[in-house]
Design a protein around this ligand. Sequence first.
Ligand code: GUN
Length: 293
Amino acid sequence: MQLIDGKAVAAQIKEEIAAEVEALKASGGKVPHLAAVLVGHDGGSETYVANKVKACEQVGFKSSLIRYENDVTEEDLLACVDRLNSDKDIDGFIVQLPLPTHISETKVTEAIDYRKDVDGFHPVNVGRMSLGMPCFLSATPSGIVELLKRYNIETKGKHCVVLGRSNIVGKPVSMLMLQKANPGDSTVTICHSRTNNIKEITLQADIIIAALGVPEFLKSDMVKEGAVVIDVGTTRVPNQTSKSGFKLTGDVMFDEVAPKCSYITPVPGGVGPMTIVSLLKNTLLAAKKEVYN
Ligand code: GUN
């Protein structure tokens, strides 16, 4: 069994990005600028956004954090999106999800100019990704594929079972694994909360991508010997012994599943660190106008 070290790969890619930023600066190019909009004070969102801002500093990007309280109106948030759309200095921006229930996430996502949508959530980017066209790939699917690539994991002709059908992970990662590409060329099955015979299906999988958000859902009796297991789960499970009061828990029962795997990602330190790197990659592409003019 080999552990897929997302933290180490992410650190290496950050160095590659930092070197590109240095080269850009040296040639008089624009320093990439990412803005993040954070509504409210959800603990998870606070941490994710703080990590994104920190990652920008590490690679030499400019970053801006725009904060709103939970009671911000949809109108005010949409006006903020409009301002960021037309701000020439900002190459890309994200609105951290989830948003309070009185605000439509769909409306906000659609209001973002797809040329600045470095999260890759806008329908134009999702559609172009599905068609195999140049676009901003969404962070988690792109991070997963990058890990498979850097570890030279064969995906061609393999049966990839994706657990979860979310718009930000399950659906897009399924499309990427299906594409005529490397990584890609897999036979893909998507399972979700209404699938009847999940175990029967996961037992046939060469690659399992677990993105359900159900802590320790995948048990060892659901996994074939030699499978590759990618754990996307990041549930904060209360834990008195840790300083933060919670333990970040994946969708895989790691201790019992790991011995059966050829490769497996840990939580934390697997897919998580890769998602921020994907966001940085998109922001760099946006600044260099390499996807859209
Ligand atoms: N919430 C959970 N993951 C993400 C992400 O990748 N981007 C944004 N904007 N919100 C999220």
